[in-house]
Write a protein that binds this ligand. Structure first.
Ligand SMILES: NC(=O)c1ccc[n+]([C@@H]2O[C@H](COP(=O)([O-])OP(=O)(O)OC[C@H]3O[C@@H](n4cnc5c(N)ncnc54)[C@H](O)[C@@H]3O)[C@@H](O)[C@H]2O)c1
Length: 311
């Protein structure tokens, strides 16, 4: 099958390219490299079934080939990046989603969009089930990301309902692993970066806010399963094993250096206090649940960051 993947040079996108190639498919990857890197795809550069095109998905695109599957991952994805590029973030979720949906409609292709747990905002229900509509501040600092993804979901449903596009919506919760950008401000690379440099681990707030972390191979497996399902409504994908940020910092210390100090800084605006997916739906519909435990996943991630040549 022919696959088109936007955001291919990013963290999850590069692993998805790898997985689809390993499954015997052909892949055209698109990316404008705003946060992604050619280095993430360097090992695929000579693969006979892989092509890469530098392209901004908010711009129109005429592609000669026909695609069986369109995957729309392109987005600014970390708070540091989307707060620094709020307009581009809204554009990749709105115009970018529409452009990718148009290709799927033209080709009669399947379409999958990577939405986010941020659609639930600062949730008043815990854990978050897909039927919960969320608690999003539409004009808060994070609204550029949250609302771009909510719009992307709405546009995807409109293309499904109006044009019959066979679409899937993945609501991704915190995912980590090799090829995350070390300096993107997300908690896993931030702690690992600090630990590798022997610096104190910085916790924002008192560390009682919770997160759950899904290893990237589990996430890609969930996306692939979802993409071949007949479910059109959103499906949560993430790891339900929840821990506080303070507990997470302790795990990093245990893995890397027991002596690292922990320092506390003020909590940013709109930072969600609790985040844990309810994955009952993914278990039932896709037979999916995460398999990689946090220690094993972190070990692989640390190995990657240690081997990374200075950029
Ligand atoms: N990693 C997570 O924990 C997580 C959580 C929730 C949702 N997601 C979603 O999953 C997807 C992938 O995230 P990621 O963690 O791999 O982030 P990433 O930043 O590593 O990858 C995103 C890629 O999209 C590209 N991109 C951004 N705007 C573009 C545009 N206009 N045109 C073309 N390319 C563009 C970037 O250059 C980058 O390579 C995103 O849609 C993100 O919102 C990720």
């Amino acid at each position: 099958m022919e696959h088109l993947i936007s955001g291919a040079a990013g963290f999850i996108g590069s692993h998805l390219c790898e997985r689809l190639l390993a499954d015997g498919h052909s892949v055209l990857g698109l990316d404008n490299l705003i946060t992604g890197s050619r280095r993430n795809l360097a090992h695929l550069a000579n693969h006979s079934r892989f092509r890469f095109m530098e392209h901004d998905v908010t711009q129109p695109l005429e592609l000669a080939g026909r695609f069986d599957h369109v995957w729309h991952l392109a987005s600014l994805a970390s708070p540091k990046e989307y707060l620094g590029h709020p307009i581009e973030t809204l554009e990749s979720g709105s115009t970018g989603t529409r452009n990718m949906l148009e290709i799927a409609r033209r080709d009669g292709a399947r379409f999958l969009v990577t939405s986010t747990s941020e659609c639930y905002g600062d949730p008043l229900e815990h854990p978050q089930v897909e039927t919960y509509w969320g608690n999003v501040n539409p004009v808060g600092m994070r609204s550029c990301y949250d609302e771009s993804k909510r719009y992307a979901e709405a546009m995807t449903m409109a293309y499904h309902r109006y044009y019959g596009v066979r679409s899937n919506i993945a609501r991704i919760f915190n995912t980590y692993g090799p090829r995350m950008a070390l300096k993107d401000g997300r908690v896993v690379p931030a702690f690992l970066d600090q630990a590798l440099q022997g610096q104190p681990l910085t916790i924002f707030g008192d560390g009682t806010q919770t997160r759950s972390f899904c290893y990237v191979s589990d996430m890609v497996d969930g996306l692939v399963r979802l993409a071949s399902s007949d479910e059109r409504m959103p499906v949560n994908l993430g790891n339900p094993a929840e821990l506080t940020i303070l507990e997470f910092a302790e795990r990093i210390r245990g893995l890397m250096n027991e002596k690292l100090p922990i320092v506390f800084e003020p909590l940013p605006d709109d930072d969600p206090k609790k985040r844990r997916p309810d994955i009952t739906k993914a278990r039932r519909l896709l037979g999916w649940e995460p398999k990689v435990n946090l220690e094993d996943g972190l070990r692989e991630t640390v190995k990657y960051f240690k081997a990374l040549a200075p950029a």
